[in-house]
Design a protein around this ligand. Structure first.
Ligand SMILES: *[C@@H]1O[C@H](CO)[C@@H](O)[C@H](O)[C@H]1NC(C)=O
Ligand SMILES: *[C@@H]1O[C@H](CO)[C@@H](O)[C@H](O)[C@H]1NC(C)=O
Length: 172
């Protein structure tokens, strides 16, 4: 499938790629917290999943990395549930009904599971399956996709949930 090949090349080259033909004028929406979960966008769902909320986010389970570290046996299942309910065909239909023609999908490097060193890095597995399914549904609806390489190896910024790991200092 063309879109998934483009997404892989985007991940390996570290650049955002515009997949497929873009409309001349973009009416779009961002699929925030789908494949890179940022707990501040869904505070109650995050707690329901087993996450935590604290005043210093680096000291509790406030991002994907500590979550996967804390729940190694159930993280994939819990995130699969999140991926399937946070964005699914119902949302594709709504996006289409609203007359939007484009979505932006933020992704973390861990969606390419071979890039993750599992002795020191912890992230849910299976995101690629969710992405490919979503791309198929969007393509079917005629909606263009901007794949956004949002969270980089090593944690590119401090005190940000969008990196996948809220830390005080970026790792090297
Ligand atoms: C999408 O997920 C929502 C829950 O967020 C659910 O109510 C809805 O039935 C799901 N739609 C499909 C098509 O599975
Ligand atoms: C994974 O990380 C450990 C600890 O830093 C390191 O010893 C090992 O070489 C790494 N493995 C790979 C494949 O990079």
């Amino acid at each position: 499938m063309r879109l998934s090949l483009l997404s892989l090349s985007a991940l390996f080259s570290g650049t955002a790629v515009i997949a497929g033909l873009m409309p001349s004028k973009i009416y779009g929406v961002n699929l925030g917290s789908w494949l890179v979960l940022e707990a501040w966008m869904l505070p109650q769902e995050w707690l329901n999943m087993g996450g935590e909320s604290c005043s210093t986010c680096s000291s509790c389970i406030a991002s994907e990395f500590p979550f996967a570290q804390a729940f190694p046996d159930t993280v994939d299942e819990i995130f699969a549930e999140h991926w399937n309910t946070w964005f699914n065909q119902t949302d594709v239909d709504t996006i289409q009904e609203l007359g939007l023609n484009t979505v932006r999908i933020p992704m973390g490097y861990w969606i390419v599971e071979q890039l993750v060193n599992r002795t020191v890095e912890f992230y849910p597995r299976g995101g690629m399956v969710a992405l490919i399914q979503g791309l198929g549904q969007l393509q079917e609806a005629g909606i263009s996709v901007i794949l956004d390489h949002h969270a980089l190896p090593g944690v590119q910024d401090s005190e940000q949930m969008f990196t996948g790991q809220y830390v005080l200092y970026p790792r090297s």
